[in-house]
Design a protein around this ligand. Structure first.
Ligand code: 1GP
Length: 254
């Protein structure tokens, strides 16, 4: 059953915002700091954990997923950098089609490889139009994907890309400035994409303050993803989740 997708669509209809915390297994050096973060997350309004990264050089994806599942009820969504980042203990997987790029392997190739494993699993599949937006063509995601991101001033390109993704049947649009990016996705571009498609819109990359989270939410993000900055400052999780809470409280749906 497409429970997460259903939830996201219902929330979008109500204008309710969601927060996803990204855990990059490559940056989890010791599980005690992860457990600490999970304690904070349980007290905050965290809706999802995204787990994944451009490159996982250690072997602890499975352990990270198990630790989250063992300590919280918050759903775990895989955000895989490649087909090796599949763990069936998770609840769902972003089945990413990198529609901002022109690398066939990331538009269909990796999907073919992972399809039989995913089909045989109980993971909820979330078909996602993934769009990299960045002025630096040297971000880890751009380099690893061998694609050029959409330039941040090309709002129409972003809107048409999202529209095409929607027409192809994708169920979510995820616009990402890249982990740790100095610049977030411009509000103007978020608004333009928001007006162009009816799908839930996920925004991430470089959100390192409550203020930036607020801008993305006001511009039309249904969900924001915060990773890098929380690794550096776990208190930020409290501040960002308060912004989500404020938004949702004004709708009377928190
Ligand atoms: C990166 O969108 C995610 O793919 C989150 O970005 O790590 O910069 O928060 P940050």
């Amino acid at each position: 059953m497409q429970q997460i997708l259903k939830t996201l669509n219902e929330r979008k209809t109500r204008g309710q915002k969601s927060l996803a915390v990204l855990i990059d297994p490559d940056k989890v050096d010791d599980l005690s700091s992860l457990t600490q973060l999970l304690l904070v997350a349980k007290e905050c309004y965290v809706d999802f954990f995204f787990v994944g990264g451009s490159l996982i050089t250690n072997n602890n994806l499975s352990q990270v997923v198990r630790t989250i599942k063992g300590n919280t009820e918050i759903p775990v969504v895989l955000f895989p950098g490649n087909t090796m980042q599949i763990d069936i203990q998770a609840d769902a997987i972003l089945f990413l089609s990198l529609i901002s790029g022109r690398n066939p392997d990331l538009l269909i190739g990796q999907h073919v490889i992972s399809a039989p494993i995913l089909k045989g699993s109980s993971l909820e599949i979330l078909p996602t139009g993934y769009m990299l937006v960045n002025s630096e063509s040297t971000s880890a995601a751009s380099y690893m994907s061998n694609t050029r991101p959409i330039p941040p001033d090309k709002d129409s390109v972003a809107a048409c890309t999202a529209m095409a993704g929607e027409m192809l049947g994708l169920q979510l649009i995820y616009m990402d400035a890249g982990s740790g990016s100095k610049k977030t996705i411009p509000s103007r571009m978020i608004s333009k994409v928001r007006k162009s498609v009816d799908l839930p819109l996920v925004i991430g990359g470089g959100i390192n303050s409550a203020e930036k989270a607020k801008f993305a939410l006001e511009a039309g993000a249904d969900m924001i993803v915060v990773g890098n900055a929380i690794e550096k400052n776990p208190n930020l999780l409290i501040e960002v989740s308060e912004k989500i809470y404020d938004f949702n409280r004004s709708l009377n749906v928190h």
